[in-house]
Write a protein that binds this ligand. Structure first.
Ligand SMILES: C[S@@+](CC[C@H](N)C(=O)[O-])C[C@H]1O[C@@H](n2cnc3c(N)ncnc32)[C@H](O)[C@@H]1O
Length: 268
């Protein structure tokens, strides 16, 4: 009478960081015409890369300056630029903090490209030598950067206490739960936040175990983060940088919505 019910079809596990948007270069747009073979390269950005950045745009001039300084690996330029382009509209404000900043290029991009950004605080437990090279390169194409950027050697956990309320927060590959601390900092400051998470420790995920099991830790983590931000009265958007650059390319950008209503930031 009652036939055996077919078992539910298995839900295919998504690949760990499947992008939610087609891979389009939004910052380094020349690579939409000629897809790069080097986007994820860990080799140093140097004179050999100059042929990719021949234009007169500020971003091309910055890339050439970074190459002359041999400031950082090729991949880091792509990562920072493509992340920046995806969050800048929501995150820019007079004060911006780049947490777990490392070489600091992401924060420096806010200082260089966003007129309304007055001060960028880079926070990391250790200031690497690459930051000085990044800063020199940025200053050579945008002298105004020097007055805007400050690097603080500081533990992430102490950042919220030393940042002014309203300071927007970015954190690129802060690693594991440090992404959550960066989100906590933004929540404490009631400010916009953009993160590109990496290193998802399944055992520490606070999402329901069935989600971790069926969707995988990366997706479960980011869904859990999305709910957390939503509950705090934020609006959230997911994006992704091209997978050629990194498989850890998901971008979450969130901003407080006054009275729970979405308010579009003014253009320009
Ligand atoms: C994978 S790197 C990411 C750096 C940079 N955001 C990027 O996009 O390349 C992680 C950074 O977090 C920093 N870090 C690790 N633990 C930290 C902590 N407790 N407080 C502050 N910074 C920390 C490390 O020094 C390192 O620079």
């Amino acid at each position: 009478m009652f036939g055996r019910r077919n078992p539910a079809p298995a839900i295919p596990r998504p690949r760990p960081s499947q992008p939610v948007a087609p891979p389009i270069y939004k910052s380094l747009r020349q690579f939409n015409r000629v897809p790069p073979t080097c986007a994820g390269a860990r080799s140093t950005l140097d004179e050999r890369s100059l042929g990719h950045f021949t234009g007169d745009t500020l971003i091309d001039r910055l890339a050439r300056a970074l190459a002359r300084e041999r400031a950082l690996p090729v991949k880091e330029l792509f990562e920072s630029c493509e992340f920046f382009e995806r969050v800048r509209r929501r995150v820019r404000g007079p004060l911006v903090a780049d947490l777990c900043a490392g070489h600091g290029l992401t924060g420096v991009l806010f200082a260089l490209f966003e007129r309304r950004v007055e001060r960028v605080v880079l926070v990391d437990r250790r200031r690497p030598p690459s930051f000085d090279r990044v800063l020199r390169a940025a200053q050579s194409v945008g002298p105004w950067v020097a007055d805007k950027v400050v690097y603080r050697e500081q533990r992430l956990r102490d950042a919220a206490d030393s940042l002014e309320p309203g300071t927007s927060v970015v954190a690129v590959h802060a690693c594991g739960l440090r992404t959550d601390i960066a989100i906590d900092v933004a929540l404490a400051l009631t400010s916009a936040v953009g993160v590109m998470p990496c290193c998802y420790p399944a055992a520490r995920c606070t999402a329901p175990p069935t989600l971790v099991d069926r969707l995988g830790a990366p997706l479960a983590f980011d869904i859990d983060r999305t709910y957390r931000l939503e509950r705090a009265g934020y609006r959230i958007r997911w994006d992704a940088i091209p997978e050629d650059i990194t498989p850890m390319g998901r971008v979450l950008v969130a901003w407080p919505a006054p009275n729970g209503k979405d308010v579009e930031p003014s253009a320009g």
